[in-house]
Design a protein around this ligand. Structure first.
Ligand code: NDP
Length: 327
């Protein structure tokens, strides 16, 4: 038996339900590896789970992604060894000093990538990757609307869309955040907290309706995103940082120009091990060769997890926040 310290959610609620405490952790079971966590990523999905928007039986350990060093290997694991550096996403219970993870959910971290950067890359990086390669395959000449463009997923979308030869219309809540999106390659910048007519501003900036709208902000931007699209454009609603979008009259797609609407989730784009390894290899490879920039906007010890979520939910962050057990 081992001891670990983890960030628990005791019951659904606000940040006061977070508890950081020590507990027993068994040796890794068959098919698992035990990993000393170098860093765990902070994501909006943790907020939804804590609040009960995505119901999870309590108590549970928060955190969907991380990176660390293998310290023990369970039976039947043949391709991993003690000392290997690994990362993962889509695996609950990651905000901890020590975790057991199914071996099929971890991927190798390239030597050139620091463990903290790897943890910061996985969930948002693979999300941006599937959004631009598979949900809507961005091609040269496209125009893409990216909301919250200085955020975690937003910064990566800006870079990946631009790298595919397309144009980005970026939105954010402050001019400082828009400056970050500009540095990453966004050609058109709109502060959506001061815009009187967001869709009109997007259309004017783009010179036409956009081919795809990547919207993780949700309730406050959804209508403007739809109204920004060209006929037969693709509305990609992938989150609800401002709140969930209420039930939707499907006839609006007809009236607005034969639009497409999808509400994708990462789980369905990494469920197959080969696809997961492919996406992680491309994204971590791009980080390793310097073509994808990861902005670690804040490092917090596990004991200050609540402060990290306060910053994320309060719109005070850019890039990615991580929890570092050794900090
Ligand atoms: P971000 O770093 O983008 O933080 C959220 C940003 O949303 C804020 O910084 C803020 O930027 C903007 N925002 C606008 N209105 C609000 C509001 N009322 N409250 C809080 N934030 C607001 O977060 P992530 O990169 O972690 O996640 C972005 C979105 O992507 C989330 O909705 C998340 O759930 C979703 N997601 C979806 C996945 C999927 O597969 N479907 C996977 C991963 C993430 P600004 O100040 O510029 O407005």
């Amino acid at each position: 038996m081992n001891r670990a310290t983890s960030v628990f959610v005791s019951e659904p609620g606000d940040r006061s339900v977070l508890q950081v405490r020590e507990h027993d952790l068994p040796d890794p079971a068959e098919g698992e590896v035990q990993v000393e966590v170098g860093a765990a990523g902070v994501n909006f999905i943790d907020v939804y789970k804590r609040q009960g928007v995505y119901p999870v039986p309590t108590p549970f350990v928060l955190g969907e992604e991380g990176a660390g060093t293998v310290t023990a290997v369970g039976a039947c694991v043949t391709d991993l060894a003690v000392g290997d550096r690994v990362a993962w996403c889509q695996s609950a219970g990651s905000e901890s000093t020590l975790v057991n993870k199914p071996a099929h959910l971890v991927v190798p971290v390239p030597d050139a990538v620091d463990l903290e950067v790897a943890a910061a890359t996985m969930l948002q990086g693979l999300t941006a990757h599937y959004l631009v390669t598979s949900t809507y395959a961005v091609k040269p000449g496209d125009v893409a609307l990216v909301h919250a463009a200085a955020g975690g997923v937003g910064q990566l979308l800006v870079q990946m869309v631009t790298a595919r030869g397309a144009t980005v219309v970026a939105t954010a809540g402050t001019d400082e955040k828009l400056e970050i999106a500009s540095e990453l390659g966004a050609q058109h910048l709109i502060n959506y907290t001061t815009s009187d007519d967001l869709a009109a501003d997007v259309r004017q900036a783009a010179g036409r309706g956009v081919d795809v709208a990547y919207d993780g902000v949700g309730a406050s931007t959804f209508d403007a995103s739809l109204a920004s699209l060209r006929p037969r454009g693709m509305m990609v609603l992938f989150g609800g940082a401002s709140g969930q979008v209420p039930p939707f009259d499907i006839q609006r797609l007809n009236r607005s120009g034969s639009l497409f609407l999808t509400r994708p989730t990462l789980a369905d784009y990494v469920a197959d091990r080969a696809e997961y390894v492919w996406r992680a290899g491309e994204v971590l490879g791009a980080v390793a060769d310097g073509s994808l920039r990861i902005d670690v906007g804040g490092r917090y010890p596990l004991s200050e997890a609540a402060a990290a979520y306060e910053a994320l939910e309060g719109r005070r962050t850019t890039g990615k926040l991580i929890l570092v057990p050794g900090a």
